[in-house]
Design a protein around this ligand. Structure first.
Ligand code: ASP
Length: 299
């Protein structure tokens, strides 16, 4: 779908705001890449710097919405709102949800209270902070949830109630900059499971990964053979982040695994996809796991 046909499909949108559409990419979000992220973020920063623009709405597939939104929240340098919307039902479906999500998304962009809240995700009458949200259901319209903290607010027919403020760094407060960046460092995610071997860890390192995120079992755990290889990997300067394959809860530092001794980073609230985003940006600044752990607490 091109962007103007999406805008034109929403009744009464013109009453909320003056909108101009621009096509940055037209892909299924399962194909999202570092290159498109950089292109999108640079364009968003350029648009937000224009005085006549109050904010940006981005339509995006739902599959990787949670990581694109977190990326944007860390690299867009403005107090103006950036709101992302998607849809679970195609435009041709009965009760398609796209137009309603776009309508509510524009209402959030136009709300002066959205200023300074960084990148927000709006679907199914719910507003989420990019950092907190994840897709939890393959097909349901109620798929986006902020399981640890709850939503940022609700929006129904454009009427908005805000709940929680965000205490983590984002937007203008973020230290990450794309200005001189043409490429992001390679970070791979490896999924832990019963009988996990270290083979995929070895393959990732061989293929040039500068950082690894483990989607661990439980509180960021993995088999002893995997742990032993990762300990060596971390000693060799590749940054290892322990996240979890579970949908909620924090991965705690030095709880079941001695992160101090092994030189690991604990992901806290960030799931594997979001941990990968933060680690890619962190690696543009440092490879010191102590400093990167601090970033995982701050962002
Ligand atoms: N696979 C699609 C995508 O993420 C699903 C959707 O459009 O929501 O692009």
């Amino acid at each position: 779908y091109d962007v103007n046909s999406l805008i034109n499909a929403v009744p009464n949108l013109g009453k909320l705001a003056v909108i101009t559409g621009e096509q940055v990419a037209n892909i299924g979000s399962q194909d999202m890449s570092d290159e498109v992220w950089l292109k999108l973020a640079k364009r968003v920063n350029a648009v937000l710097a224009e005085s006549g623009i109050d904010g940006v709405l981005i339509t995006h597939g739902t599959d990787t919405l949670e990581e694109t939104s977190y990326f944007l929240s860390l690299v867009t340098k403005s107090d103006k709102p950036v709101v992302m919307v998607g849809s679970m039902r195609p435009a041709t479906a009965i009760s398609a949800d796209g137009p309603g999500n776009i309508y509510n998304g524009v209402a959030v962009v136009a709300d002066p209270r959205a200023k300074g809240k960084g990148t927000l995700v709006v679907l199914n009458d719910t507003i989420h902070y990019a950092r907190n949200v994840m897709k939890t259901d393959t097909t349901s319209v109620q798929t986006f949830q902020s399981l640890n903290r709850g939503p940022a607010g609700v929006v129904h027919t454009g009427k908005i109630a805000w709940f929680e403020p965000m205490d983590k760094k984002q937007g203008k407060a973020s230290e990450f900059s794309l200005d001189t960046l043409e490429k992001l460092p390679r970070v791979d995610i490896i999924y832990a499971h019963a009988n996990m071997s270290a083979d995929l860890i070895d393959a990732a390192i061989k293929n040039g990964a500068k950082g690894l995120v483990i989607a661990g079992v439980g509180d960021g755990n993995m088999t002893t053979p995997a742990l032993d290889v990762l300990t060596q990997v971390a000693k060799n300067g590749v940054v290892v982040v322990r996240s979890t394959r579970l949908a909620a809860g924090l991965v705690l530092r030095n709880n079941e695994v001695n992160d101090d001794e092994k030189g690991f980073v604990a992901s806290g609230e960030l799931n594997p996809a979001k941990s990968r985003v933060l680690l890619q940006l962190a690696l543009t600044k440092t490879t010191d796991p102590v400093l990167i752990q601090k970033m995982f607490y701050e962002y």
